[in-house]
Design a binder for this molecule. Structure first.
Ligand SMILES: *Cc1c(COP(=O)(O)O)cnc(C)c1O
Length: 417
């Protein structure tokens, strides 16, 4: 793929610098140093010929904000720098981005191969909506690379990957599956939301299209929805055309918030994944925890693959509590430095069970079929001090143990360290 960076002087810059300066090396009106929020539905022209040239794409400019908007274009330039892509297209949410990509590249009679473990909304597109349009969908066991290769080899137009997965943090071997897809000429799409462009560069690993929920780590403050798609100019032209018509465009106010959040992505991620590792290691020692999922742990079944294709392991940890939902209901409300909410990737730590977060769209039976236990809790680790997060979790576990076993002594349970 020819996803080469722009000649913006950022070619040799690190990801932290790209996050700050990507798309922002321009003079704004009034010499403003910050990207203006251009709140205009349409753009006016006195010269009808110039207007027509812009409309035909022969001259630079804007016509109508469903098609393009200056604030949104700055955001597209920023993610392009971070994913080192030729082109990018912004959407009103991650699901708008994902569904638009799938509907751009799949039509009646086509086939898509993916895994059972994709994000709940994505899973619904595969199970409920694509089959209605005559697209055949095959979802493989996420860990089963042999089966994925076999299904890809039967022929498909799109291979859709999500790694690490939500909420069980499974890892797919991107280069191996890309090689299989190239043999049948399929477009490979990867959801890079959990890894972020700092930890994983799918385009460099041969993926054709990267999708993001910008709602999560990219914006980073839990205050906005957005989706971003990156890839070659040729592929993005198709995606952009579909967005112009289906209208899932991002508004400039949201684009501005995502731009602002993205500038601190590298700083946030460094702190968040440092704490995530500490929390994962602590959880491994906690008797009320049955299993811990974090790709950075050597005990993770795909740790070697994660090391080969990721430069960091991200800020999401999940774990299964002994006692299932009863334990979840005791533990989560005791946490002081955490929201219990259906979001992730924000500066605050967020806890939630799969039932009300990643798989809120699914029934109990569907979750069981996907191997998602009712005791599974996902933690999106925030930027708080690591020790505070550890202490918080320890005091919450102490409370649960005391509730289960009231004879336990206060001195024991009020763990200081
Ligand atoms: C949240 C999420 C999405 C959906 O994004 P929205 O912005 O909520 O529409 C897709 N993929 C992953 C991995 C997510 O975490």
């Amino acid at each position: 793929m020819n996803n080469k960076p722009d000649s913006t002087g950022l070619d040799n810059a690190g990801a932290g610098t790209r996050a700050v300066w990507g798309g922002e090396q321009v003079r704004h009106p009034y010499n403003a140093t910050q990207t203006p929020i251009v709140a205009s539905a349409a753009y006016g022209y006195d010269d009808i010929d110039v207007w027509y040239d812009v409309a035909l794409g022969k001259a630079p400019g804007f016509i109508y904000s469903r098609m393009s908007n200056p604030t949104v274009e700055t955001l597209e330039a920023k993610i392009r720098e971070l994913e080192m892509a030729e082109s990018a297209v912004a959407f009103s949410s991650g699901m708008a981005a994902i569904s638009s990509v799938l509907y751009t590249f799949l039509a009646h009679g086509d086939r898509v191969v993916s895994t059972k473990d994709s994000y709940g909304g994505t899973n619904k597109i595969f199970e409920e909506f694509l089959p209605r349009t005559g697209v055949a969908v095959t979802l493989c066991e996420t860990f089963d690379h042999d089966d994925l290769e076999r299904e890809i080899a039967k022929g498909c137009q799109v291979l859709y990957l999500e790694t690490p997965t939500n909420p069980t943090l499974k890892i797919l071997d991107i280069p191996r599956l890309v090689a299989a897809a190239k043999r049948v000429g399929a477009v490979v799409v990867a959801d890079n939301t959990f890894a972020t462009p700092l930890n994983q560069s799918p385009l460099a690993l041969g993926v054709d299209v990267v999708v993001h929920s910008a709602t999560k780590f990219l914006s980073g403050h839990g205050d906005v929805l957005g989706g971003l798609v990156c890839g070659s100019e040729a592929l993005m032209a198709q995606v952009r055309h579909y967005r112009e018509i289906n209208g899932a465009s991002l508004d400039p106010f949201s684009a501005y918030l995502i731009i602002r959040g993205m500038k601190t992505l590298a700083l946030r991620m460094r702190q968040q994944q440092h704490s995530a590792r500490a929390l994962a290691e602590f959880l491994c020692t906690e008797p009320l925890v049955e299993s811990v999922n974090y790709p950075g742990l050597p005990s993770h079944p795909n740790h070697a693959v994660a090391c080969a294709q990721m430069s960091g392991f991200g800020a999401i940890v999940s774990f299964v509590l002994i006692g299932g939902m009863d334990t979840v209901k005791l533990l989560l409300p005791r946490l002081r430095f955490a929201h219990c909410a259906g979001n992730l990737g924000a500066v605050e730590t967020i806890y939630g069970p799969a039932r009300t977060t990643s798989h809120v769209e699914n029934t109990l039976e569907e979750r069981q079929a996907l191997g998602i236990s009712e005791g599974l809790v996902r933690v999106s680790v925030g930027i708080e001090d690591t020790d505070d997060l550890l202490d918080d979790l320890k005091q919450a576990f102490a409370f649960v143990k005391k509730t289960f076993n009231p004879q336990l002594n206060e001195v024991h349970t009020e763990t200081a360290n």
